[in-house]
Ligand binder design. Structure first.
Ligand SMILES: CC(C)(COP(=O)(O)OP(=O)(O)OC[C@H]1O[C@@H](n2cnc3c(N)ncnc32)[C@H](O)[C@@H]1O)[C@@H](O)C(=O)NCCC(=O)NCCS
Ligand SMILES: Nc1ncnc2c1ncn2[C@@H]1O[C@H](COP(=O)(O)OP(=O)(O)OP(=O)(O)O)[C@@H](O)[C@H]1O
Length: 200
């Protein structure tokens, strides 16, 4: 079974995928793939430099993610442009990795896709788990983890669908607003339900 794991920015998707991996469940990470496909020399890298210019590069030629983030989270058109360059590559690699995991005998595979609903990728997965936390907690966690100003964090939050909309379309809900222990319990319950469904 291929499941999508999504949620809002900084709600705790990576925290949950860490728990899944600790339990032997393979997780395909769209954010990670999105980093790999824009490495220097890759087609998406060339397209980004052509569109955004060399001013979004670091001295060593890598993309300056902070700078590119500033541009795309302040301008919807530019963000759509970046998405149009990066997302097709990400989808291609995610499909390849899911096939490889299934060929390797995995019965449960998770795809961590932050923009699953925004990019209408529901068709890529059989069930969807949504990790959520209140918006003020998302902002606080983002500001702390990414050393952002409050306004920058708000912009990133506004670039995504509201969490309530995502929650309403979930097969599994994981509330990550309390301790990690509380979240682990919910992850284990979800896995028990999935395993029972696979047996039936
Ligand atoms: C804009 C970039 C350079 C900022 O890099 P940075 O290292 O600061 O952030 P990171 O990649 O770790 O993303 C953090 C989170 O931001 C959110 N986010 C990222 N890109 C987008 C986007 N285009 N639209 C809305 N939210 C986004 C996601 O929740 C993601 O988990 C980078 O996010 C990027 O290349 N985005 C385009 C690709 C993309 O959509 N990735 C996310 C899912 S595939
Ligand atoms: N239950 C929790 N209690 C306290 N802090 C937490 C909890 N879960 C996650 N965090 C912290 O909140 C931050 C965001 O969590 P995480 O990186 O897992 O979110 P994410 O949804 O993967 O983020 P992004 O959308 O940016 O990829 C991290 O710094 C993490 O350590």
């Amino acid at each position: 079974m291929i499941l999508g794991l999504t949620g809002g920015i900084a709600t705790g998707k990576s925290t949950v995928t860490g728990m899944l991996r600790e339990r032997g469940i393979p997780v395909i990470d769209a954010d990670q793939i999105a980093r790999e496909v824009v490495e220097p020399g890759k087609p998406a890298y060339e397209a980004i430099v052509r569109h955004f210019g060399r001013e979004i590069l670091l001295e060593d030629g890598q993309i300056d993610r902070k700078k590119l983030g500033e541009v795309v989270f302040s301008d919807e058109t530019e963000r759509q442009k970046l998405n149009a360059i990066v997302h097709p590559e990400v989808r291609r690699v995610m499909r390849e990795e899911a096939e490889a995991a299934e060929a390797g005998g995995a019965e449960i595979v998770f795809m961590d896709i932050p923009l699953l609903f925004e990019s209408k990728l529901q068709h890529m997965v059989e069930k969807i788990a949504v990790v959520y936390a209140p918006a003020d907690m998302q902002l606080a966690r983002m500001i702390e983890r990414d050393e952002l100003e409050e306004e920058q964090a708000h912009k990133r939050l506004r670039a995504q669908f509201p969490i309530d909309q995502k929650k309403s379309e979930a097969d599994f809900l994981i509330d990550n607003s309390a301790s990690r222990e509380e979240t682990v319990k919910q992850v284990e319950q979800m896995l028990a339900v999935i395993r029972a469904e696979l047996k039936s």
